[in-house]
Design a protein around this ligand. Structure first.
Ligand SMILES: [Zn+2]
Length: 501
């Protein structure tokens, strides 16, 4: 009996390992900090990728703040100051070739920032809300500032044709890349998802794109003609939806009309608003692919997208089911942070979603679910974050409250993986309790544990189970966010064993 159990465990192990082997695409998102600032750093990074059987890398070359990480001839003013003397993309491409790893430079498409080159020279390219404000005027929960400035996808000449597409073209022309990678290929959603874009160009675009008036008879205003008994069926006889006083309406009034106006029987004009936004993003995706393939017909296109194309169509203008003719690899960011419940719930939801996402992606695009080795460790991080919160809100006074119970547990947990690290932290905490170490120093000591935890602190089994769930769902590839998190959370070795080529 024992022998059979042993045998079946071996068979099971072979089966499980084999299932991981079958991933065709094993990709990772990487930030400039992961690649480094010189040739030797970049070489070491690619050695690590090779060792962990990664066969596709998305190195960030345009950050969400607008800075770029290649030696652009066309946009030298946008190059990140730390990379003026080192062409990170150039080195990445060189070692990608050497180590036989595909490379798709990763661009945050529509975001810039207050001090970015694009926004400084062309503030008129930015998206506007109904009050005429930028996204950077929005506040997040608790009044925290929101830094990104989202640029308008519709205005021409504007950000798309003067800045973004020329950037993609330059990368494909000047560097031996295998593809390009879209991120932030959408409208803002984390702030005010219904508030953009109401710039002057977009306001007119909603009218013309949806044919809300006749362009050759602009003064004709045609109302609803009811000839059929069901009111909603009377859409069939064309009517104009551009208000007679459109020209004199304020931006906020026009926005309100687009979001809450009525076409036939219900307040359904927002349908046109959301559809127009989706189409603007899709047409951008198509244009990038078309223009890049003029330069290199073999260039691949990949995109990081939200988990549900129907929901993202409504909230961020990203109906990625429409991207499939122009995008080879779709990478929905199936991070645990986008799901509710515990870790086991997450695995169940992940399995369900990946199956559906493969249907959404269809036959044109390869679905490569994105996962991260960060949010899966909510349970492990929580007690430490609780301690940080107490320290940040109460300072030195935290010593006499709940903190001692939490810290005793935290130190005991840390001890399981590193006696010396637990000993150090325990000393700092004792000193904090007697007042010889400040709250600020205590915060630093806790942060040091989270930013450089000992091996095992973030259990690799959770990461492995997440990867296996993606595989079991039937996906052909997987993308990991991110290289930096893999390093920080000590998880690379998991890929080394489960991503064997
Ligand atoms: Zn606009």
């Amino acid at each position: 009996m024992k022998k059979y159990i042993g045998l079946s465990i071996i068979v099971l192990l072979i089966f499980m390992a084999g299932s991981i082997h079958a991933f065709e695409i094993k990709a990772v998102w990487a930030h400039p900090g992961d690649l480094g600032k010189n040739e030797a750093d970049v070489k070491a990074f690619f050695e690590l990728l090779e060792k962990c059987h990664i066969n596709l890398v998305f190195p960030l070359v345009k950050g969400s703040g607008g800075a770029i990480f290649w030696h652009s001839r066309k946009f030298p003013e946008a190059i990140h100051p730390d990379y003026k003397d080192f062409d990170m993309l150039g080195a990445a491409v060189k070692y990608a070739r050497q180590y036989n790893i595909k490379i798709h430079p990763w661009l945050c498409d529509f975001t810039e920032s207050k001090n970015s080159a694009a926004f400084r020279t062309h503030p008129e390219w930015a998206q506007l809300n109904p009050q005429g404000g930028y996204t950077s005027d929005e506040k997040l929960g608790g009044g925290r500032p929101y830094n990104p400035i989202w640029m308008c996808p519709v205005r021409r000449p504007g950000y798309v044709d003067q800045w973004l597409i020329p950037m993609f073209e330059e990368i494909v022309r000047e560097y031996d890349v295998d593809g390009i990678h879209h991120d932030y290929v959408r409208y803002p959603g984390d702030v005010a998802p219904d508030s953009y874009c109401f710039c002057d160009v977009c306001l007119e675009h909603y009218m013309t794109y949806n044919h809300f008036a006749y362009t050759n008879r602009p003064d004709d205003r045609i109302g609803l003609k009811i000839v059929l008994p069901r009111k909603e069926s009377n859409w069939i006889n064309d009517l104009t939806l551009k208000p007679a006083d459109w020209e004199t309406m304020l931006r906020a009034e026009k926005a309100l009309y687009l979001l809450e106006g009525k076409s036939v029987n219900r307040n359904d004009l927002d349908y046109y608003f959301y559809t127009t936004r989706c189409d603007a993003i899709t047409s951008f995706v198509k244009e990038v692919t078309d223009r890049c393939r003029v330069i290199n017909p073999a260039v691949e296109v990949s995109a990081a997208v939200f988990i549900n194309p129907m929901r993202s169509a409504r909230h961020i203008g990203q109906r990625w089911t429409d991207f499939t003719p122009w995008v080879d690899i779709l990478a929905p960011m199936n991070y645990r942070s986008h799901f509710q419940g515990g870790f086991e719930d997450y695995l169940a939801y992940l399995m369900d979603y990946v199956k559906m996402q493969m249907k959404w992606a269809g036959k044109n695009s390869v679905l490569c679910p994105g996962i991260t080795g960060f949010y899966i460790y909510r349970e492990e991080r929580e007690p430490w974050e609780k301690a940080l919160k107490l320290l940040e809100s109460k300072g030195n006074a935290a010593a006499s409250g709940d903190l001692s119970r939490i810290m005793r547990k935290n130190i005991a947990y840390l001890e399981r993986f590193s006696k010396s690290r637990a000993g150090e932290l325990s000393k700092v905490y004792d000193a904090f309790c007697v007042g010889t170490v400040t709250g600020g120093e205590m915060v630093k000591a806790i942060r040091a544990v989270l930013s450089d935890p000992p091996q095992g602190f973030f259990p690799e089994t959770k990461f492995l189970r997440t990867i296996k769930t993606v595989k079991k769902s039937g996906a052909k590839g997987i993308v990991i966010f991110s290289a930096g998190i893999l390093s920080r959370n000590k998880l690379w070795h998991v890929l080394e064993t489960c991503f064997i080529r």
